[in-house]
Design a binder for this molecule. Structure first.
Ligand SMILES: Cc1cc2nc3c(=O)[nH]c(=O)nc-3n(C[C@H](O)[C@H](O)[C@H](O)COP(=O)(O)O)c2cc1C
Length: 239
């Protein structure tokens, strides 16, 4: 477990609040002047539009604390009943990354050799992906995100988690934003099926892999597919 050396990080440790009474606390953030909101929103939009999924990574190391800070940002995500149903496994060990690559490529070969079906393969064609997953060993770090499908207590007690897919999806979105805004490149890789990840990383029975996120810098000769994003009027409906 990485120790959190960030100043101010020595706070109370979370424990389940299941069944506890409502405990309100004041929340009075300073209101940002409208002009500043506009300027920040425009800057953020421009920076986010630069984000691309990277599949060709340099082997250069990344600042470890920047990755931890990005995970800490992800862990501020809202979640159903504040159950925070996520685990982020940071994999730097090259032997383990190689194991993950070998297992992922085994699954991906079956997928690209027909398991995906024509419709899925056609959807992937413009993205240019295939069964070779060099990013799993080139990127200096992998963040393997697990969903905690239910809460599992130390004595084996199980409790239902609510909106797990939605909560983990939002956390991963925040993780990708944090990595990008910290100058790091990433990819959401979802080998299908990905049961092997829980096995290789020895995760408990309540955890199910959600995605593998290689993190690093783009290789000098990195290319990305020439894609268009939907324009604002294609995604917004104002009522
Ligand atoms: C849920 C999800 C699963 C994805 N799975 C894969 C994947 O397995 N392999 C891959 O190369 N890219 C994967 N991607 C990346 C998408 O292909 C990529 O986000 C999309 O093509 C748009 O490109 P951009 O991120 O550069 O804007 C995935 C993205 C999401 C959100």
């Amino acid at each position: 477990m990485p120790s959190d050396t960030t100043p101010g990080a020595e706070r109370e440790r979370w424990a389940p609040t299941h069944g506890e009474p409502y405990r309100p606390t004041p929340y009075r953030p300073a209101r940002m002047p409208g002009g500043e909101s506009l300027a920040r929103a425009a800057e953020l939009r421009a920076r986010m539009e630069e984000r691309r999924t990277v599949r060709h990574f340099s082997r250069d190391p990344v600042p470890a604390q920047a990755v931890l800070d990005a995970v800490a940002c992800a862990a501020t995500a809202p979640s159903g009943a504040h159950q925070q149903p996520w685990t982020f496994v940071l994999v730097k060990d090259p032997v383990v990354r190689q194991q993950i690559r070998a297992a992922a490529e085994q699954e991906e070969e079956l997928s690209y050799d027909g398991r995906l079906g024509d419709e899925w393969l056609a959807a992937l064609r413009p993205i240019g992906t295939d069964a070779v997953k060099t990013h799993l060993t080139d990127a200096p770090a992998l963040i393997v995100v697990f969903q905690q499908r239910y809460w599992l207590g130390p004595d084996g007690t199980k409790r239902k988690h609510y909106y797990v897919d939605e909560s983990v999806g939002i956390a991963v979105g925040m993780l990708l934003s944090a990595l990008h805004l910290s100058g790091l490149a990433a990819l959401v890789h979802t080998p299908s099926p990905m049961r092997f990840l829980a096995h290789v990383l020895e995760r408990p029975e309540n955890e199910k892999a959600f995605a593998v996120i290689p993190v690093g810098y783009p290789a000098d000769d990195c290319e990305v597919p020439d894609l268009l994003r939907k324009s604002l009027d294609q995604v917004v409906v104002e009522v």
